[in-house]
Design a protein around this ligand. Structure first.
Ligand code: ADE
Length: 224
């Protein structure tokens, strides 16, 4: 699963016997990769689309979901071109603190969603295989319906949540997967540093993200 066309186009093109369909308004293509049945879904940007995408993938029979795409780097050790595998995910734009909840905690939901141990380990292995020498980090990814493009936004998310990277879908997909009992993981390539340079850096990196996505998926299905 990816959010935008650049994040899924190469992966979709790599499928044998591709069958595109629209499920719950989401574009999903089923087929085989390395002989394994897979579905590639472009969710659209943001948390609502990501949740809907998870449900659409479940509807076509997905029993595990991996999100691949780009993210803004937040922590100083996370550079552009590095990969970040989510140990867990938070929703940095959720604020019910007035009712005594922790930052990121909705009523009746956890504040943090932890990725599936086996799928995360497989993603870490795959990330190292495709990194080409770039850094591979495992840690927290923060999601929200915001493109982070200032030091002030970046510092807030680091201080409140201790996240390594920011994107706009992972934790919403995780929330939906948790409700459905579907194991999930998130692997992101860092396209920008979530600061004033992010608007220019982000599109320049999308081509690499596309190639990374397909390489990661191949490694994952090869590993079973
Ligand atoms: N995806 C890639 N870069 C991002 C950023 N800076 N903020 C949110 N999502 C992103």
């Amino acid at each position: 699963m990816g959010a935008i066309e650049a994040e899924v186009v190469s992966l979709r093109a790599a499928l044998a016997d591709p069958r595109p369909e629209t499920v719950l308004g989401q574009e999903v293509t089923t087929g085989q990769l390395e002989g394994v049945d897979v579905a590639v879904l472009r969710s659209g940007v943001g948390k609502v689309n990501a949740a809907l995408g998870a449900v659409a993938l479940r509807t076509v029979g997905a029993d595990r979901i991996v999100f691949t795409g780009v993210a803004g780097g937040l922590a100083p050790e996370v550079g552009v071109g590095d990969l970040v595998v989510a140990n867990d995910v938070v929703q940095h734009d959720v604020d019910v603190t007035a009712l005594g909840r922790a930052p990121g905690e909705l009523l009746g939901e956890p504040a943090v969603w932890r990725s599936d141990d086996r799928l995360r380990a497989a993603c870490e292995h795959a990330a190292r295989e495709v990194s080409g020498g770039a850094g591979v980090h495992t840690g927290r990814i923060a999601s929200g319906d915001q493109f982070i493009a200032s030091v002030a936004q970046r510092v807030r998310i680091v201080e409140q949540f201790g996240a390594l990277a920011a994107e706009m879908e992972g934790a919403a997909m995780a929330q939906a997967c948790a409700r459905m009992g579907v194991p999930w993981a998130v692997v992101r390539s860092i396209s920008d540093s979530a600061d004033a340079g992010a608007v220019a850096d982000f599109p320049a990196f999308l081509g690499m993200a596309a190639e990374r996505g397909v390489a990661l998926a191949r490694e994952l299905v090869r590993g079973g």
